[in-house]
Design a protein around this ligand. Structure first.
Ligand SMILES: *[C@@H]1O[C@H](CO)[C@@H](O)[C@H](O)[C@H]1NC(C)=O
Ligand SMILES: *[C@@H]1O[C@H](CO)[C@@H](O)[C@H](O)[C@H]1NC(C)=O
Ligand SMILES: *[C@@H]1O[C@H](CO)[C@@H](O)[C@H](O)[C@H]1NC(C)=O
Ligand SMILES: *[C@@H]1O[C@H](CO)[C@@H](O)[C@H](O)[C@H]1NC(C)=O
Length: 435
């Protein structure tokens, strides 16, 4: 029974369509139906459906096509090296990516291979433990700063069997997790503790967790310490201090500040409340740029940390309060400066064992300076007394001039921190080679 309405009227078309069209044509918008045939409509719908479904079926082929833009793919245990036209990319294998997501349950999701003496067993299977392990607290996304440390003074460290480990805490960003995992595959020098949330203000807890790991895994190391990421460390110079007899046990080695007043104003960067630290002056403490313990002192340091309330100034706490509590010997490194104090010194890297606030580019500047040439050679050169004497006398005049004229001027301009004059160590017998 066809409608009596005149052909072309809306009512006519609608009812006719409904009674005869296949179900899928109901999907055609009403406006279409007025202009196109049922068949066209069905075809259009089919094409649309195919367009949606196809990529699922051919995903692998499409991926293959994309990958073929890579000229070559090399696979090692966990990495893919993808050689593209103009560059090479290193990617994680998908299997590893999946594993990363399940790692949160581990106490240490990332563990360095640094103290893995079994694996590092050299020719003839001789185990070689690191002489010193230095932990550097790092933020996970600071890959560039880590690269600069590895490339410069940690390189000196490797020559002397000193190993640097970069540590951070727990964080959630999955992309960043993959990035640090990739970095770990390449360098094997990252440590992540899942027990402490990664944050600058959690620094003390993080370092204690790193030390705990170090104690458990770097049993062969003679010294375990902490260094700052934004610092230049003259490893050869520091080793001189470690060789002193007093440094061998019940000691802490670092650059000490004496009778520092506690900062109480909230606008000061390093302020503490009375609740965090009651006394008005700190005990002598090793500045955070570098402090080192003989490994034998570390168990006591960690147990003491359970008894003394923790606050976030790691150098005051670990470098001062704990040693005071344990009555450790303070082995003082004198040669410490701020970058602004030494910037104009000829070959300044030579004289200062710790230089504070040295960003990545400055580290490279020091490392690649022509006068550091011989320190880029492939040996551990703890300077002998004679070498030191020679070096000192050669540049003594320039140095004295600088200390007398320039240091005081700079100090007046930037009276931020206690000025630390450059003092040379009294000559000691340091001809002994580091093991
Ligand atoms: C430090 O870590 C603890 C434990 O993981 C966490 O409860 C705390 O919120 C963290 N502190 C900061 C400042 O993130
Ligand atoms: C506070 O400082 C004084 C002297 O500076 C010292 O005798 C005392 O033991 C300190 N107290 C604490 C709790 O550190
Ligand atoms: C010290 O200051 C003088 C002038 O104030 C300047 O000529 C000189 O280059 C500076 N640096 C050193 C290393 O003496
Ligand atoms: C320095 O040490 C070396 C080797 O240990 C020794 O032969 C030499 O006599 C020592 N020199 C001095 C001045 O003590």
């Amino acid at each position: 029974m066809h409608s009596t309405s005149p052909p072309g009227s809306p009512l006519h078309r609608t009812s006719g369509y409904h009674s005869h069209a296949p179900w899928y044509c109901w999907l055609c918008p009403r406006t279409f139906r007025t202009h196109i045939s049922k068949r066209t409509c069905a075809t259009v719908l089919m094409i649309l459906a195919l367009a949606v479904i196809c990529p699922f079926f051919f995903a692998d082929q499409i991926r293959q096509m994309t990958r073929s833009s890579a000229l070559r793919v090399e696979a090692s245990s966990n990495l893919l090296q993808v050689h593209l036209k103009h560059r090479t990319e290193i990617r994680l294998k998908p299997r590893l990516k999946a594993r990363i997501r399940n790692q949160h349950r581990l106490k240490y999701p990332l563990e360095p291979r640094v103290c893995d003496s079994e694996r590092r067993a050299g020719v003839g299977g001789v185990k070689k433990d690191p002489y010193m392990v230095l932990f550097i607290p790092s933020r996970p996304n600071n890959a560039q700063d880590r690269a600069a440390v590895r490339e410069t003074w940690a390189m000196h460290g490797r020559l002397c069997n000193v190993r640097v480990i970069f540590g951070f805490g727990r964080f959630e960003d999955e992309t960043l997790l993959e990035q640090v995992q990739l970095e770990q595959e390449l360098y094997g020098d990252l440590l992540q503790t899942a027990e402490v949330i990664d944050a600058y203000h959690n620094q003390t807890r993080l370092i204690l967790a790193f030390f705990q790991w170090g104690l458990a895994h770097c049993g062969g190391a003679q010294f375990i310490g902490k260094a700052d990421e934004d610092t230049w460390i003259n490893i050869f110079g520091v080793l001189k201090y470690l060789q002193q007899p007093e440094a061998q046990q019940d000691a802490v080695i670092g650059h000490f500040l004496m009778e520092e007043k506690v900062k109480r104003l909230p606008e000061q960067k390093w302020f503490l409340t009375k609740a965090e630290y009651a006394n008005d002056t700190y005990p002598p403490f090793a500045v955070g740029q570098l402090y080192v313990f003989p490994r034998s002192s570390l168990p006591a340091v960690l147990s003491a940390s359970i008894q003394i309330p923790i606050h976030w100034l790691d150098d005051v706490y670990i470098g001062g309060q704990l040693p005071e509590f344990l009555k450790l010997t303070l082995v003082k490194i004198y040669e410490r400066c701020n970058l602004w104090e030494v910037e104009n010194l000829p070959c300044f890297g030579r004289y200062n064992y710790i230089i504070h606030a040295t960003p990545a580019d400055k580290k490279r500047e020091i490392f690649y300076h022509p006068c550091m040439q011989k320190y880029r050679q492939q040996t551990c050169v703890v300077p002998t007394d004679q070498q030191l004497e020679e070096e000192f006398s050669k540049e003594e005049e320039a140095l004295q001039h600088f200390v007398k004229n320039n240091l005081s001027v700079v100090a007046k301009e930037k009276d931020k921190e206690t000025l630390v004059p450059i003092v040379h160590l009294p000559a000691r017998n340091v001809t002994q080679r580091v093991p």
